[in-house]
Design a protein around this ligand. Sequence first.
Ligand code: HEM
Ligand code: NAG
Ligand code: NAG
Length: 332
Amino acid sequence: MAHFMSFLIAFSILTFAPVCFCGNKARNCYLYPQFYDHSCPKAQKIVMSIVAKAVAKETRMAASLLRLHFHDCFVKGCDASILLDSSGSIISEKRSNPNRNSARGFEVLDEIKSALEKECPQTVSCADILALAARDSTVLTGGPSWEVPLGRRDSRGASLSGSNNNIPAPNNTFQTILTKFKLQGLDVVDLVALSGSHTIGNSRCTSFRQRLYNQSGNGQPDYTLDQSYAAQLRRRCPRSGGDQNLFFLDFVSPTKFDNIYYKNILASKGLLSSDQVLLTKNEASMELVKKYAKNNKLFFEQFAKSMIKMGNISPLTGSKGEIRKHCRKINK
Ligand code: HEM
Ligand SMILES: *[C@@H]1O[C@H](CO)[C@@H](O)[C@H](O)[C@H]1NC(C)=O
Ligand SMILES: *[C@@H]1O[C@H](CO)[C@@H](O)[C@H](O)[C@H]1NC(C)=O
């Protein structure tokens, strides 16, 4: 009887334990912020110090690192697939339409990884480094902070087609963009809050030129774009040429993480079509744009929540994937 009782207790613990902290390596496990507390207690400090150094050298790096986490998570989950270079059967996601001539910050990831390999070899995943660097970049530019759930492992492959298909394009319709978010388990609240990332960083001319030259399909100017702002943009984004010329996504406070992005949209001065359609094409998202424009605190709170949600997209845990030694290549 005593045996039977202890069997029952053990059985119920195994079956109903609400959270698995990876005692069983083959199981699916939840991410949690203390994941490296024992195995690499200095991990978070090391990431922050190298991100801080990189951002001090070039403020835009904060934006670039934040975006890398997004482009990673939307392709096969947050598994650092975006960091792999082409090699053998791997075709790098760095070649995809959203990433080519645009995704950057890879050297900073290399520097963080090499510092962490010295501190605690093969312990901290590149996928977790991306999640931490995204949070630190947000904090360093004046945005909210949050505890980053950890324990992701790194993929042994990449998906060029996933990168081309899953990441929204700046000229996608509102519906297409929302559908791409929903496919990742994210909703309209996440879409509007996470688009607030465009409060920092740059865009190339080629990403919004279409809006400047009556190319909306009806030969009409894009009336959702303030016409004097458009005229200003046309000076350095000509009909042809200048594809790589850079523009601030938030021309008012381009290096500060704040809610002015939403105020720009209300003034018809969202740079990308994908920014402006949040106001013009859907009731729910319009209300959210207005709400975040009015209330920075609400924006910050939701941004942190949505970043955690995005960071939870299909992580590799337990014994899936691996901890890469170099973020650019899989282990031998
Ligand atoms: C909602 C759909 C989205 C679209 C269509 C979109 C599109 C774009 C485009 C076209 C650029 C400029 C790229 C270039 O021309 O080089 C850009 C930049 C950026 N995006 Fe997004 N984005 C979206 C959502 C997000 C999300 C969810 C995040 C982060 C959570 C994000 C973070 C950024 C950042 C920080 C930059 C500036 C990067 C830099 O300066 O290096 N974006 N985005
Ligand atoms: C969106 O932009 C891409 C790349 O510039 C272009 O090939 C495509 O035709 C555009 N789509 C629409 C609907 O305008
Ligand atoms: C766009 O088309 C309108 C007429 O439909 C014209 O008045 C305007 O000058 C055009 N703008 C550009 C930049 O081509």
